[in-house]
Ligand binder design. Structure first.
Ligand code: NAP
Length: 276
């Protein structure tokens, strides 16, 4: 089965539409001149506008002083007209991830990057703000009633923002989880034995469909571009009609679509937490 993201996103979006909310504002620290950040920004703008929300862009030039960046971040933290903060990476200035994670107000942390929000995931509580992509990747198999409890899950990638929290979300759902990374020697064997494979490596073709057992599910988080500029994931189909044999999320149209919806949901959650 093809696990399309738009159905999952629609469910999230329509729940938000039913709520009575003011015009929420997401502040985005945006790396100037980064082409892919530019297109993500336009896409975020479009999705937020559709939900009746707005974006405030704070440009980060490569000439920006680090102190000036922190001042702007602190202003956004304190500004009551801003409900969520997102820092698009990589920034053209050298800000350490550690500093970044500590300086965003956790109540405005729409992508769950602060230690406070990451800590709640690892404390097996999901009522904080969860990283958008990790949550989207767990919601898709759930939406399509893919059994998770008791299943063997392979997560490829261990970044703090995708792989690690996703592994914990699967663990919270009672799966038996293996986390693979660039030093894992037997990836094909692990993929072949897994019931669910979530791939967040950023390596096109790192897992191919012929490696996967019948009935397995692949959640493809990867974003890669071919030499021709075509967007592809980390998972490659190398046999025909694989949707009849296995379940997988398409790229584009899978995890990315749900991630956008979760971002908006997280903005709403931030707003609600700020009201308490
Ligand atoms: P990242 O920080 O670069 O982490 C990549 C992870 O993959 C690392 O843990 C790395 O292992 C592992 N890895 C790299 N090559 C590998 C290999 N050959 N075999 C096994 N593991 C390997 O990236 P990220 O931020 O987590 O993002 C992962 C992917 O998801 C990227 O393609 C990114 O563009 C995409 N993404 C998609 C969305 C979406 O909405 N769809 C959102 C965010 C990110 P080490 O730890 O050993 O280096």
């Amino acid at each position: 089965m093809l696990l399309k993201g738009n159905v999952v996103a629609k469910g999230i979006n329509s729940k938000i539409k039913e709520m009575e909310l003011p015009e929420l504002v997401l502040a985005v620290f945006h790396p100037v001149g980064d082409e892919s950040a530019e297109s993500y920004l336009r896409m975020k703008e479009k999705k937020l506008a559709k939900a009746g929300f707005a974006i405030k862009v704070i440009p980060v030039e490569n000439t920006m002083e680090i102190e000036a960046f922190y001042v702007a971040l602190e202003e956004a933290n304190k500004d009551d007209s801003i409900h969520g903060i997102m820092v698009e990476l990589p920034l053209p200035i050298k800000v350490s991830n550690f500093e970044l994670s500590n300086r965003i107000n956790p109540l405005k942390d729409v992508d769950g990057v602060t230690f406070a929000n990451q800590g709640t995931v690892f404390a097996t509580r999901e009522e904080g703000i969860l990283p958008c992509t990790a949550l989207a990747s767990a919601l898709i198999p759930e939406h399509y009633d893919v059994e998770i409890a008791g299943k063997s899950v392979l997560v490829i990638g261990r970044s703090a923002i995708v792989g690690l929290p996703l592994a914990k979300l699967f663990l919270n759902r009672n799966a038996t989880v293996t986390v693979a990374h660039s030093r894992t020697p037997n990836l094909a064997e692990l993929a072949g034995n897994a019931d669910i494979i979530a791939i967040a490596a950023g390596v096109s073709g790192i897992v191919t469909s012929s490696q996967i057992k019948d009935g397995a599910t692949v959640v493809d988080v990867g974003i890669n571009f071919t030499d021709e500029g075509k967007l592809v994931g980390d998972f490659t189909l190398d046999q025909e009609n694989e949707a009849e044999r296995i379940n997988y999320t398409p790229v584009p149209g899978g995890v990315g679509v749900v991630t956008n919806a979760v971002l908006i949901e997280n903005l709403v959650r931030c707003y609600k937490m700020q009201q308490k």
